[in-house]
Design a binder for this molecule. Structure first.
Ligand code: BT5
Length: 258
């Protein structure tokens, strides 16, 4: 097994009292296809909730719907967390992770960030981080998180829309502190979900996504193009969109913010 580099190990060790199950086993890969794939395989083999897989580089980092996540070596945090959520709150894991990533980034660096349904972390119109929750089976969810830390040579289409912590802050950022604070924040938010405080998570998510409400979104449903104005999210994390046909709930899938 590869030892965790000191800049990640030390902040995680310091935070261990507040990490719940999430700092017990942290597996490190200098380079891997996708941390979500490693986590899925481990989850299928019975790995307990809380194990975290972190990579320095991914050669096949994934976004949603077959998209790629650019994961150049040493430029970002690429991690996956194995969860075994109760079905009653599994659908809120992505929102809880968004809140936690925003809180962790702010605590570690002071940079304010904005959330955009369902899984994006933005700073002034540029994407800083993304979240990919994948159900492995009825008993496990793999929560993938990618956070850009350093400016990197991203592919052209990504470069035009992406940003990094160091780009925004104009100074060096301690990636270990960001990782540890995000895990601490996630431990608290996941505990909210487990302890029937989902409403707190949704409220925190809405406060951070307020800038995106009132904006126009478009999506496709059964081959038909629909459009409306995003109004907020409901208690299950579904996006509420005002359309000429009335208020619609979007549970998953792709919306385009226009
Ligand atoms: C996401 O997908 O935003 C989810 C990203 C999750 C990445 C993590 S890294 C650890 C774990 N292991 C994995 O394999 N994945 C997870 P989506 O909403 O589909 O956004 C993908 C889109 O974001 C791409 O089509 C690009 O336009 C853009 N993109 C790709 N790489 C980016 C980057 N590094 N920074 C900002 N935008 C990026």
């Amino acid at each position: 097994m590869n030892p965790l580099p000191a800049d990640l190990r030390e902040p995680i060790e310091r935070a261990s009292g507040t990490l719940g199950p999430f700092g017990r086993r942290v597996l490190w890969y200098p380079e891997i296809g996708s941390t979500n794939d490693v986590a899925s395989t481990l989850a299928e083999r019975g790995e307990p909730e809380g194990t975290v897989i972190v990579a320095d580089a991914q050669t096949a980092g994934r976004g949603r719907l077959g998209r790629t996540w650019a994961s150049p070596g040493g430029a970002g945090l690429y991690l996956s967390i194995i969860l075994r959520p109760d079905p009653s709150f599994a659908g809120l894991v992505t929102l809880a992770a968004g809140v936690a990533v925003a809180e962790g980034i702010e605590r570690a660096t002071g940079l304010p960030v904005v959330l955009k349904w369902p899984n994006d972390v933005y700073v002034e119109g540029r994407k800083l981080a993304g979240i990919l929750a994948e159900a492995v089976s009825s008993f496990a969810v793999v929560l993938g998180i990618g956070i850009n830390v350093l400016p990197a040579a991203y592919p052209q289409d990504v470069a035009a829309r992406a940003t990094s912590l160091e780009t925004e802050l104009g100074r060096a950022v301690d990636r270990g502190a960001v990782l540890a604070e995000c895990l601490v924040a996630f431990a608290l938010r996941y505990d909210d979900l487990r302890s029937t405080r989902s409403a707190d998570v949704v409220r925190a998510w809405k406060a951070r996504a307020a800038a995106t409400f009132g904006r126009r979104v478009a999506w496709e449903s059964s081959g038909v193009q629909l459009e409306g104005i995003a109004q907020g999210v409901d208690g299950d994390g579904a996006l509420l969109v005002q359309t000429p046909q009335g208020m619609l709930r979007i549970i998953s899938g792709e919306v385009r913010w226009i």
